[in-house]
Design a protein around this ligand. Sequence first.
Ligand SMILES: CC(C)(COP(=O)(O)OP(=O)(O)OC[C@H]1O[C@@H](n2cnc3c(N)ncnc32)[C@H](O)[C@@H]1OP(=O)(O)O)[C@@H](O)C(=O)NCCC(=O)NCCS
Length: 197
Amino acid sequence: MTAPSSPCIERVQPAEEHTLLPHLIALLRDATESGGSIGFLPPLSTETAGVYWRKVFAEMAQDTCTLLVAREAGQVAGREAGQVLGAVQLALVMWPNAPHRAEVRKLLVLTSHRRRGIGRALMDAVERAADAAGRTLLVLDTRQGDAAERLYRALDYQEVGVVPGWCRDTHGAPDSTVIFYKHLPPAAPLTKTPPPA
Ligand SMILES: CC(C)(COP(=O)(O)OP(=O)(O)OC[C@H]1O[C@@H](n2cnc3c(N)ncnc32)[C@H](O)[C@@H]1OP(=O)(O)O)[C@@H](O)C(=O)NCCC(=O)NCCS
């Protein structure tokens, strides 16, 4: 048996909207239908999901948001729009007093591809994207008790606190959310290689 290939993480360009939209819509609907607490409630229509992603692409065109997607490595090599396995966004805070802050939004992995390290790989990549954009303070939140809470704790995100009744589940019952932050460590300084003796 061959080991599954590790996902390839790509930064999406605004011009890829047309090609990637169906994949992103499918990803958002999959996460919503499987009970993810990501803002929407099932049933999520293709139209509503499309409106959401178009807004994200509009933010990308204004350079206020970075969208990263995970795709199977083999499919990316040919530059074809292979199945998108996961995604995450980095929303840059645009207030003049917070040029160092960004929000990590909508970390999503297809239910069929979970527990294979894709979520962790997307978080690693979003932290690198934040660092490259000069954003050293990341904030995010997730429903208390969800897999994402365990993932964020494993990645050293610090809990700010729990907000009871932050949102509603499919039956209208209140759900609590946990708010996290992380200060990214400063990038390692470049070291000179000593000349051979
Ligand atoms: C959260 C989510 C993105 C994780 O994606 P994933 O690819 O399955 O995560 P990974 O395989 O990279 O898991 C990394 C670590 O997170 C933790 N983790 C992830 N899923 C878990 C689960 N179901 N139960 C327990 N721990 C879990 C584990 O520590 C895991 O490491 P391990 O596999 O070595 O034990 C995915 O479950 C998802 O899309 N959920 C729905 C959407 C959502 O809630 N997003 C976050 C809020 S916006």
